[in-house]
Write a protein that binds this ligand. Structure first.
Ligand SMILES: *Cc1c(COP(=O)(O)O)cnc(C)c1O
Length: 233
């Protein structure tokens, strides 16, 4: 029987990625089920998201508010958790605070305060990860490792938010040991801050090219786009 080529591809990719995540949990002595797959659906169609949903994926990450608003409206019938993972402009915080379940890219207190104030009081607190810039230079977003702890303590005090952990987008590297070394730095920072905040349980690290190294170093959420959906539009 002849099948259209696209549908089985995303579900087949999803199956393989989930299998590899389980394999890496075992290999690196992580508890089974401790790593969540966050499907990064930026620049992917709503139809592709439906296919991934059909394969059992329930967490989706978006980088651009306008694009995400349209998809979230269109896919209202799906029971998914939406994660905002892109740079945040302060005039967009109200929409972000109320459309998403998680925000991974908070790197300054002013943005956190706005998200907290603008989150609808009828909704549960918005889950937050603080984005850390491991490179400590250049134009990338993220708080410096040196300032991460004080930012976490301040964000943890905001009523509309629930601080869950740290996120980073390290430099893409090919060498496995070098990838691990970068993730190790974030994991160390996470462990040093954990005693000072209430509900730290999330290390958002690892993408298509480096999620094995991230899981080896303690990632609890891998953000995977191209390996799941293929190239972006
Ligand atoms: C695009 C993006 C990803 C996914 O990257 P892939 O290499 O396609 O897996 C993960 N995290 C963030 C923050 C992104 O912007």
């Amino acid at each position: 029987m002849c099948q259209t080529s696209k549908m089985p591809k995303i579900s087949e990719n999803a199956r393989q990625i989930v299998e590899r995540i389980h394999e890496f949990e075992q290999r690196y002595e992580r508890p089974a089920g401790s790593v969540t797959l966050l499907a990064v659906s930026k620049k992917q169609s709503p139809e592709s998201i439906r296919e991934a949903y059909g394969a059992g994926i329930r967490d989706y990450g978006e980088n651009y508010l306008q694009e995400a608003e349209a998809k979230i409206t269109f896919l209202q019938d799906l029971d998914v958790r939406w994660h905002f993972i892109g740079p945040i402009q302060s005039n967009k915080t109200r929409a972000i605070a109320n459309l998403f379940h998680w925000v991974h890219s908070v790197d300054r207190l002013k943005i956190a305060q706005r998200l907290s104030e603008q989150r609808d009081r009828g909704l549960p607190p918005l889950n937050i990860c603080i984005q850390v810039n491991l490179a400590a230079e250049g134009s990338k977003s993220g708080v410096s490792p040196a300032h991460a702890e004080s930012l976490c303590v301040a964000v943890d005090a905001l009523a509309g938010l629930k601080l869950r952990g740290l996120m980073a987008i390290p430099e893409p590297l090919d060498d496995f040991a070098a990838q691990r070394a970068q993730f190790h730095r974030l994991a160390e920072l996470y462990r040093s801050i954990k005693p000072r905040v209430c509900c730290f349980d999330t290390l958002s690290m690892g993408m298509s090219g480096d999620f094995e190294a991230a899981i080896a170093e303690g990632s609890t959420m891998v953000r995977i786009g191209t390996a799941l959906f293929g190239p972006r539009m």
